[in-house]
Design a protein around this ligand. Structure first.
Ligand code: NAP
Length: 283
């Protein structure tokens, strides 16, 4: 919705598909059927956050009709068109490759990932508060990974008075964590660091909170796994040991949908305006 609003504000010619049940009218926006012909003149095709599934089906909220990105649709799209989505599954990547279309994955961009880390950290904090009986202030936390999400998570916890240990694998990240007042450790140390921990926030998208690590955690500990599905935690073993472990995908859209929409709209419009500038079109 934020994207449609922003594009119309910028005087773009916007056609929307799959919004049959959308109540909010947008002036100047055309509603269309998902037919290949409507794609013949487009400069930009904007797909939902997860572009399509592995069968080419586009996820929709405002229609009961199935929208599928078929070969006929892809063949109709001009070669100069950009296809923009949040993250693309292999099907969409393969099809864009096949039809020589530029595919942009917004969630891969540093700026989008950093802006998104703000609602993500807020959502993780909300989950931590809901799933513990102590204050986060004074609690012993581990953040795994000091990337775009891990940084914000560690800083947010530090700002409300938690004791923050950070698990890293690179010397530069260790030094930066030290400089920022966290207690850094290298990842092979994780099991040894787990003894007196209240909360683990994982941002590493690979199996990292293993059974050996979980075995060292006190039973009161809670694991909040922020990494993309399937996360980096041995959830089966955590359940067996009676330790709370929660996979928490898509937090920006859950805790701050408006902000999440604005982050996407800002980045999208920036890409489109820059593309227009390079093509010498009017702003
Ligand atoms: P990122 O900037 O690439 O950070 C990933 C971090 O993981 C980096 O610090 C990286 O270390 C570390 N890492 C990767 N593999 C590792 C390994 N084998 N051992 C040790 N460290 C390893 O990614 P991000 O943007 O922060 O996103 C992190 C994850 O969160 C992704 O899976 C993303 O999809 C997810 N995410 C979830 C939400 C949500 O709502 N739950 C929101 C946003 C993002 P190096 O720096 O040494 O490479």
């Amino acid at each position: 919705m934020e994207v449609i609003r922003r594009l119309t504000e910028l005087d773009a010619a916007v056609t929307i598909v799959g919004f049959d049940r959308l109540e909010t009218p947008f002036s100047g926006v055309v509603k269309a059927e998902w037919l290949p012909d409507i794609l013949k003149q487009v400069d930009v095709l904007i797909l939902p956050a997860v572009g399509t599934d592995e069968e080419g089906v586009i996820s929709t909220l405002f229609t009961d009709q199935e929208l599928r990105l078929t070969d006929a649709h892809l063949a109709a799209i001009p070669k100069t068109c950009k296809v923009i989505t949040g993250m693309a599954k292999p099907y969409l990547k393969k099809q864009c490759d096949k039809y020589h279309l530029e595919l942009i994955e917004l969630f891969e961009r540093d700026d989008v990932a950093i802006y998104n880390s703000i609602p993500t950290a807020e959502g993780a904090l909300m989950m931590a508060i809901q799933n513990t009986d102590i204050t986060i202030h004074g609690s012993n936390c581990i953040v795994l990974g000091l990337g775009r999400t891990g940084f914000t998570m560690a800083r947010t916890l530090q700002a409300i008075g938690a004791n923050v240990k950070v698990g890293v694998r690179r010397d530069e990240a260790y030094a930066r964590a030290f400089e920022m007042g966290f207690e850094p450790f290298y990842m092979p140390e994780l099991a040894r660091q787990a003894g007196n921990i209240d909360l683990i926030f994982n941002t590493i998208p690979t199996m990292i909170v293993t059974a050996q690590v979980i075995a060292q955690l006190p039973l009161r500990a809670c694991i909040i796994d922020l990494a993309s599905k399937p996360g980096g935690t041995d959830f089966r073993f955590a359940e067996k040991r009676g330790i709370k472990a929660l996979l928490a995908p898509g937090l920006p859209g859950i805790v701050a949908p408006k902000t999440a929409g604005r982050i996407i709209a800002n980045s999208l419009t920036q890409i489109i305006l820059e593309d227009n500038r390079l093509r010498g079109n009017k702003p």
